[in-house]
Each structure stands twice: as C-alpha cells, then as structure tokens.
Design a protein around this ligand. Sequence first.
Ligand code: MN3
Length: 232
Amino acid sequence: MKKISRRKFVIDSAQATALALVAPALLQAKEVGAFSFSQVALPYAYNALEPYIDAQTMEIHYTKHHAAYVKNVNDAIAAEKISFQTETDFFAHVSKLSPKAHNNAGGAWNHNFFWQVMKPKGGGAPAGKIGDAITGAFGSFDKFKEEFTKAAMSRFGSGWAWLVQANGKLKIGNSPNQDNPLMDTSDLKGTPLLGLDVWEHAYYLKYQNKRNEYVANWWNTINWDEVAKRLA
Ligand code: MN3
C-alpha cells in the first residue's frame, strides 16, 4: 500500500469537502431545463387495499401502466425539448404540447396522486376541516358520495372522477382519458383534492364490467388526511 503523507491527506480531505459543498449546486444547475416526471414509491404493499382493490390489479397498475406513463412522458420531454420547470406550469400549457406529452404527463401525475389519496383501513366520513368543507358544499357526506359516484359512473369510457377546489369552492366533475383539472384543456379546473381512476385497467380483473361495485368499494380506501392536506 502506498503511504499517504499527512499533508496529502489533509489536502485530499479539503478537496473532498469542497466538492461535497459544490456538488448539490452543480446538480441543481444541471436540472434547470431538464424537468422530468417521477413515479412516487407506492405508500403501501400491493395487497394492502384488499379486499377492495386486489393485489394483482395493484401490481400491474403500478409497475406496468403507471411506469409506462412516466417513461413515455420523459421520452417526450427529451425528444420535444419541453422546458417547463414545474408540473403546474407544464399542465397550464399542455394544449401546446404533443398528444404523447399531454396524455402521458396526465397518466404520470394522476397515478402519483391516486396512490397517495388511498390507504389501508381508509374511508369512512371525514372529520375536521375537510369534513366541514364537504358538508358545507354538498349538504351531507352521503350527498357528496352520491354526486361523486354519479361523476365516476357517467364518464363514458376511460377517465377520472375528481373533487377539486376552485376559487375557494369545492366542485365535483370528471375528465376523459388521463386529463386532469390542472390542464388548460380541462372543462373542470381547480386543485385536485380527491381523484378516482375509472379506466377498466383499474378494476377489470376483480370486478370485470361492474364499475359500480368498484366505485362502491373504493370508498373504503380513501386517505382523508391526504385529501385534507390539499385543501387550502
Ligand atoms: Mn390507471
């Protein structure tokens, strides 16, 4: 082994420290102009939402469908040199982007959101400020459930049902494909508080054509703490 002099060791340590201080700044500089979407870690196991959402659906949904949206939008960002700095900015200008960028960005974002507003042993009527806001806007939790379920059931084909906050008001609606209420192309606009994936890939293995049963059972998975966090 080569003997390292104390003097050289001190210099190397000083250089390493300087590099450690500089490195985060360099990384940040490199990221400017290179915004990309990422897939959040699933906050629970694939089987955690059983019996309402089965493990196989969850695994395919997360590792195949969602992962593909993330990969495809990032490919589009690179190929089309899309330079928006934030998700909000990206969606606010999505009408100017290619269908590949638009649709896959929606798929990437919507599923990150969806995983987070669910949890094992979730559901029930929400308490606190989100409970009050829902009762205030819709009359009762049951009325809210009824209206949200209608939005989920009336979306023809693939899409999402949403609870959003816009100008301080809560609203329910739905969107086609992977569109979301942050998009400038969306009829329903606002900050998403709660979202439900009604694509067949979200329920077909367990429920086949019975979207109504999937929606009815999904109420047992809602993570109201996460919904409340998004309320302004
Ligand atoms: Mn999906």
